[in-house]
Design a protein around this ligand. Sequence first.
Ligand SMILES: *Cc1c(COP(=O)(O)O)cnc(C)c1O
Length: 223
Amino acid sequence: MSNIADNIKHILTELPEGVRLIAVSKFHPVEAIEEAYAAGQRIFGESKVQEMTTKFETLPSDIEWHFIGHLQSNKIKYMAPYVSLIHGVDSFKLLSEINKHAVKAKRVINCLLQIHIAEEDTKFGFSTDECREMLNSDEWKSLSNVSICGLMGMATFTDDTEQINREFHSLHQFFEEAKTTWFADSTHFCELSMGMSDDYPIAIKNGSTLVRIGSKIFGQRNY
Ligand SMILES: *Cc1c(COP(=O)(O)O)cnc(C)c1O
């Protein structure tokens, strides 16, 4: 058995019911994804639209492609026909752009709103106040072809596990607030995407439903 298959098996034993694994395959070749696929993995995460689209065209059609990178609006059209979930939506403008391309592609595109929870200002996302403001404005409700399925966030890159815990906890609290305040009637708003190779156990303790794990499966990336 390959390392990749071993790594996936190991991680799966650590995930409770209701937590799904996204194998983050960015910068790794198609062959690595094929190994993961052979081990049963079907959800893959990518951070560049072009790279994801090439892989989508090459690999089996029952793969769910999740876009986890920072999204530029001029790239949406390439993935609109096939993407399963876009994790990093951080403005109403981007959401309405996605909607436009979803209409053209005759699909409903699932999206997560990215919330800025880290101390670093290099990470993208809405502040909770910006997000409240957008959701209060009601404009998003008229977007017929996007479905807001939950929230996504990244913790600060630090060894301080208490800090990571606080950040994931705050995201979970805002997730609960959003669910009761704006999505009480929605059956779709149920995903909380948080946790990466170094912090997913803390994310799971705080209610994550989607962990995005790259290096723990595929090894180090060569950028
Ligand atoms: C690259 C990336 C990951 C995976 O990171 P690892 O530390 O390799 O597990 C998860 N989420 C996002 C948003 C990423 O860009």
